[in-house]
Design a protein around this ligand. Structure first.
Ligand SMILES: NC(=O)c1ccc[n+]([C@@H]2O[C@H](COP(=O)([O-])OP(=O)(O)OC[C@H]3O[C@@H](n4cnc5c(N)ncnc54)[C@H](O)[C@@H]3O)[C@@H](O)[C@H]2O)c1
Length: 245
């Protein structure tokens, strides 16, 4: 990550913030956090600046393409050309399968799929125009690969994220933009812990624990870095053995 600039969408959340911190430790020059939460963004940006990184926060909802493109372009104008983007924005409530409402299906699609699509579209437009390639990492979930009776909408959307990743990866491979997804198992983020299902996930995981955000961030950063020279259109499950293919 030495000298690289990155945009982390949903970067004020548990996984995004851990990824940003690890990127700084690995030498990233500048990071733009795009997130809907002003307070959480301010906190993460302050931490990254204390670590010696040039960090900026851009606050907005990227479920629609206009703000997504505007915020991405704002990131470019503040931190310079972007080498890497990580898409961490997500919405993962649990609900019995027959009780999921129309609005919940729509929100799940908007946050989990549209945010990813909109931000990828903005990033590849920028990266292609620069002609120097790039790296994009999207966040899926083990739930895309193993059903759970209480999050059918989330699982379907995270499957869509892996599909969208492959479509973009194929289209922009000639431009040397390498695009992959990571499917984490249960992560002990603040959100995951508050939802109360981390112990259940840990018990169902062969490694016997939930992931720490840094366990997942390591894989994200490898795929986002110039050390990833040949993987594109892949999904990498980092689930402590919860799903084995
Ligand atoms: N926590 C887990 O156990 C787990 C497991 C597998 C996959 N994931 C995935 O990892 C990612 C991060 O999870 P997390 O635990 O850090 O969650 P989190 O809620 O802490 O982080 C998500 C961030 O996305 C932001 N966000 C939500 N909607 C947005 C929008 N419309 N526009 C801009 N920003 C928006 C939120 O403000 C938040 O800061 C998510 O995609 C989640 O689905 C999480």
């Amino acid at each position: 990550m030495e000298g690289k600039t990155a945009v982390i969408v949903g970067g004020a959340g548990g996984l995004g913030a851990a990824t940003a911190r690890l990127m700084v430790e690995r030498g990233a020059a500048a990071i733009a956090i795009i997130d809907v939460s002003q307070e959480a963004t301010d906190k993460v940006v302050a931490t990254l600046n204390e670590l010696g990184c040039q960090a900026v926060g851009l606050v907005g909802d990227v479920t629609r393409s206009e703000p997504a493109h505007r915020l991405f372009n704002e990131a470019v104008s503040q931190v310079g050309p972007i080498h890497v983007m990580v898409n961490c924005a997500g919405w993962f409530p649990r609900k019995p399968i027959l009780e999921i409402t129309d609005d919940e299906w729509s929100t799940s699609f908007d946050v989990n799929v549209r945010c990813t699509h909109n931000m990828m579209a903005a990033a590849v437009t920028h990266m292609k125009a620069r002609g120097e390639g790039g790296r994009i990492v999207n966040i899926s979930s083990v739930d895309a690969f193993k059903p759970h009776p209480k999050n059918a909408h989330y699982a379907a959307m995270k499957t869509a994220v892996t599909s969208l990743t492959k479509s973009f990866a194929l289209e922009f491979a000639p431009d040397q933009i390498l695009i992959n997804s990571v499917a984490p198992g249960g992560i002990a983020t603040e959100k995951g812990l508050a939802a109360g299902w981390v112990p259940e996930h840990a018990a169902a995981t062969p490694l016997g624990r939930a992931a720490e955000p840094e366990d997942i961030a390591e894989m994200i950063i490898f795929l986002a870095s110039s050390r990833n020279r040949y993987a594109t259109g892949e999904n990498v499950i980092v689930g402590g053995g919860y799903v084995m293919h």
